[in-house]
Design a protein around this ligand. Structure first.
Ligand SMILES: Cc1cc2nc3c(=O)[nH]c(=O)nc-3n(C[C@H](O)[C@H](O)[C@H](O)COP(=O)(O)OP(=O)(O)OC[C@H]3O[C@@H](n4cnc5c(N)ncnc54)[C@H](O)[C@@H]3O)c2cc1C
Length: 277
């Protein structure tokens, strides 16, 4: 049987950071489970975050009006993407599990990791209009956001000063990962490690290690499947009327994003729904 492979896309500058410790726990635990673990240490690699013409080798299709998405899709088809992108795409292709390890920056990922997403997840390689969401290219892969915050968990409650963490996670988990097909596992959130006693930090790392033991068996978060929508430009990619009617009596919206003007389903982006068994 082929060896299971995990990719950790890691974005922290300091080897002494809590993020580095969380990365090391994942490397150790997954390796001990027989995984081949690859780490993309983005700062150490000096990974470029900007999307530029340099990402395409050779002539541009339209040098007068550079369109990054178009040009990189063509370049992907013709094997003309820059070497650093191709190397990362190969790692993604090989991995059945991708862990993103980072400190939360402005309710999102650090720029260097956003750059990895912008540059590596190119059209054709990671998505197309035919292959998106639950039909996405990476539908047989799992992904998880593992991140630290400066804030406490209460600050990210629906009644906390920062607002609901589920809302903050929607663009990354739905708009990027699930869009490319990944089955997104519940995020691993290390709340404010810089502001808690050493013992609590040690316990957080132990919790991560223990979760990693069964990570791949966890059910993924739920999203709205493409089948609920009219997938045409005429239909505006809107929820089909009969589906809307069927969902009308339900108390909650479908997901954090597809709230339909109703209360958000609680913890939709932080917890998988309970399974029947
Ligand atoms: C530009 C920017 C934007 C930001 N935006 C946000 C935001 O929107 N929301 C938000 O909440 N926060 C935000 N922050 C804060 C940021 O998310 C936190 O500073 C970061 O997540 C803390 O993680 P760290 O790994 O850097 O912690 P560190 O400071 O590296 O680590 C915390 C503590 O853990 C200790 N430690 C290291 N290794 C271990 C180990 N093995 N065992 C036990 N302890 C260990 C360290 O020594 C340290 O004492 C932002 C920060 C910046 C710079």
């Amino acid at each position: 049987m082929a060896q299971k492979t995990a990719l950790i896309v890691y974005a922290h500058q300091s080897p002494g950071s809590f993020n580095a410790a969380a990365r090391d726990v994942a490397v150790e635990e997954l390796t001990s489970q027989g995984f081949k673990v690859t780490v993309s240490d983005l700062y150490a690699m000096n990974f470029r975050s900007s999307t530029t013409r340099d990402d395409v080798i050779g002539e541009l299709k339209n040098p007068d009006l550079f369109q990054y998405g178009e040009e990189t899709m063509l370049a992907w088809m013709e094997s003309r993407l820059s070497d650093d992108i191709v190397a990362e795409q190969k790692k993604v292709e090989e991995a059945e599990l991708v862990i993103f390890q980072f400190p939360l920056y402005w309710f999102s990922v650090p720029a260097i990791l956003k750059g990895w997403m912008d540059r590596v997840l190119t059209q054709g390689f990671a998505f197309s209009l035919q292959k998106m969401y639950n039909h996405g290219v990476f539908k047989d892969k799992k992904a998880v956001l593992s991140f630290t915050t400066g804030a406490t968990s209460s600050m990210f409650q629906p009644d906390g000063i920062n607002g609901d963490i589920n809302v903050a996670l929607w663009p990354l988990q739905n708009g990027t990962l699930h869009f490319c097909g990944f089955r997104v596992l519940a995020p691993q959130i290390f709340w404010g490690p810089a502001h808690c006693p050493a013992g609590v930090r040690t316990a957080m790392l132990a919790g991560w290690r223990s979760r990693l033991k069964g990570l791949l068996a966890e059910p993924p978060l739920t999203f709205a499947p493409c089948e609920l929508f009219d997938l045409s430009f005429q239909g505006g990619f809107l929820l089909r009327p009969e589906v809307k009617e069927e969902l009308a009596p339900q108390r909650y919206g479908i997901t954090t994003g597809h709230h339909l003007g109703k209360p958000l389903p609680p913890d939709n982006q932080t917890k998988a729904p309970p399974t029947d068994n």
